[in-house]
Design a protein around this ligand. Structure first.
Ligand code: 13P
Length: 255
């Protein structure tokens, strides 16, 4: 299984900054062989990113979408609007949307379902808060997030699913999970998926780790048996250092 490394820029970068980043990242494209690289800019910068990245191996992702095809949903964006721009992936249920913007498992389920039915590959984010971790509730929380997000979906539906394990306490804090903790949580995610869909489907699902991933720690996550990549926030904002991070992951897996 290739690694899949995604840049989640959150609410960063104008269109002009996006063009500069994508052009700079493309300079190093040949060094990323064996890694699926994905850039997830804000909605407004998607058309520009799509233009620069067209024809390259670097894929485009969105950071959110609505589950309805169209309608009176002020401020929302549909799957077909994303597909029209050449978007392949969509991040769903990021903890910032869950905790700061009130997204719940029901909304996340509808989004995952629509994304899969539309041909977008969802990156479903799950992860516990610091309090949940201290209460020893990590597995309970992750299981609920997964089961409720996947309810009603068939093994066929989830063939292109990516799950990002992002412990909330590790996001933007500089305090990444230990590789051992990331592996424990990710193999538990695999166990839950296996119990619902069986081993074949589980083995096709990518799991990324996210939370304070940097060039100097990505290698220790990339080599873990249950994890195949990372969802990167802060360290994805500069093209050169993001390129270095991708190469570090690749080297760790090859060596
Ligand atoms: P940081 O890499 O900045 O911790 O953010 C992680 C994240 O939320 C990616 O989705």
């Amino acid at each position: 299984m290739d690694l899949i490394i995604a840049a989640n820029w959150k609410m960063h970068k104008t269109t002009a900054e996006t063009v500069d980043f994508c052009q700079a990242l493309l300079q190093n494209e040949s060094l990323f062989e064996g890694v699926k690289v994905l850039v997830c800019p804000p909605f407004t910068a998607l058309p520009a990113a799509s233009g620069v990245l067209r024809g390259s191996t670097i894929k485009l992702g969105a950071q959110n979408m609505h589950w309805e095809e169209q309608g009176a949903f002020t401020g929302e964006i549909s799957a077909s609007m994303l597909l029209e721009l050449g978007v392949d992936y969509v991040i769903i249920g990021h903890s910032e949307r869950r905790h700061l913007l009130g997204e719940d498992n029901r909304m996340i389920r509808l989004k995952v379902k629509t994304a899969l039915e539309s041909g977008l590959k969802p990156i479903l984010c799950v992860g516990e808060t610091e309090t949940e971790r201290e209460d020893d509730a990590t597995e309970k929380v992750i299981k609920k997030q997964l089961v409720e997000a996947l309810e009603g979906l068939t093994a066929e539906n989830v063939h292109s699913l990516v799950v990002a394990y992002e412990p909330v306490w590790a996001i933007g804090t500089g305090k990444a999970a230990s590789p051992a903790d990331a592996e424990t949580a990710s193999s538990f995610i695999r166990e839950v998926i296996r119990s619902i869909y069986g081993p074949k489907t589980e083995s096709n699902v990518y799991i990324q780790y996210g939370g304070s991933v940097k060039a100097d720690n990505i290698g220790s996550f990339a080599v873990l048996p249950s994890i195949h990549g990372a969802l990167v926030g802060g360290a994805s904002l500069e093209a050169d250092s993001f390129g270095t991070l991708i190469q570090a992951a690749r080297k760790a897996v090859i060596s």
